[in-house]
Design a protein. Structure first.
Length: 314
């Protein structure tokens, strides 16, 4: 029986690579679609692509893979996979919904605590010998107002954790959810104005590009903090830099950056900005869940059984 060729265009954990190599002929290009293809890669034989929401797969690249049958996003996001083009070509698109949601929610709460309590600048103050002069009051989460942008799996898990701090909850989505915790705000600026902390946990993609803009940040106010654990494109970087420079907000916690991995030096130099390298969803448990979802999707497709985690098109 001929080998089934899989093309992986993103960095993958060793355990996931091992699982793919046991079952398939794997072409592993962790730096993405190359300008020049390595010897031995026959694009006409590739039947599956492994990508993620950030890297995605365009229609033009699908067209370069005439045998392509399935595109699997490693993780929940698939915003840069051209799902409509895939549907037209009869290509299945899959993802791993909820696989890393709990880890992302934990990371968001960690950023909130670290920003409010000033863990990073206070550690630097102590290192600099400024113990006595750095013991001013800091904000805390208990009883504070939390606004959540997006109320999917991650947003709901953030809300559940926030309840442990007796936080007042508000949220913004395209429409209200009857079973969602907290008060619904149809206008994001109104949610920001009613929040001490604003957490971005919505989907990425064109529909949410720069959803959190200058108006939203300035509505958050000089004592407010913004945290982004969704996609860098949702938060307008220029507006954020201006708001920080003008002290229109108190600080920011960013796991994603609009043009990552390039990070503006102004963010790195700001004492009340925390930046982590897009790892909110990475934990041993989440990576195992993502691996299992990926392998299950490929197995189901190639054995002609219903694909549980297929993206449904309208």
């Amino acid at each position: 029986m001929s080998a089934t060729y899989v093309l992986a265009l993103i960095p993958l954990p060793d355990a996931t690579l091992d699982a793919l190599r046991r079952a398939y002929a794997l072409h592993y290009l962790p730096d993405g679609w190359p300008e020049t293809w390595p010897a031995g890669v026959d694009l006409t034989r590739v039947r599956a692509v492994v990508t993620n929401g950030s890297t995605g797969l365009s229609e033009a690249r699908m067209a370069a893979l005439p045998a392509l049958e399935i595109v699997s996003a490693f993780g929940a996001g698939y915003e840069n996979v051209d799902v409509a083009a895939a549907a037209r070509r009869g290509i299945v698109v899959t993802h791993a919904p909820g696989a890393n949601a709990a880890t992302v929610a934990d990371h968001a709460i960690g950023l909130l605590l670290a920003l409010a309590r000033g863990y990073a600048p206070l550690t630097e103050a102590v290192r600099g010998g400024n113990w006595r002069t750095s013991r001013g009051e800091r904000a805390t989460l208990t009883g504070a107002r939390l606004g959540i942008v997006g109320m999917g799996r991650i947003g709901r898990l953030i809300a559940a954790r926030a309840r442990g701090f007796d936080m007042t909850l508000g949220y913004h989505t395209r429409g209200p959810h009857a079973d969602a915790p907290g008060r619904y705000y149809s206008r994001l600026t109104e949610l920001a104005a009613a929040s001490d902390f604003l957490v971005i946990a919505c989907n990425g993609g064109p529909a949410t590009k720069h959803l959190v803009d200058r108006e939203v940040l300035y509505a958050l106010g000089p004592h407010g903090y913004v945290v982004n654990v969704s996609r860098g494109s949702v938060l307008d970087t220029r507006a954020l830099l201006d708001a920080l420079a003008e002290r229109a907000i108190a600080g920011a916690g960013l796991d994603v950056i609009e043009h990552e991995p390039e990070v503006p030096f102004e963010l790195l130099d700001h004492p009340d900005v925390l930046v982590t390298p897009h790892i909110a969803g990475r934990s041993p448990a989440s990576l195992i869940a993502q691996r299992d979802a990926l392998i299950a999707s490929l197995t189901q497709h190639f054995t002609h059984t219903p694909v549980e985690f297929a993206v449904r098109t309208v």
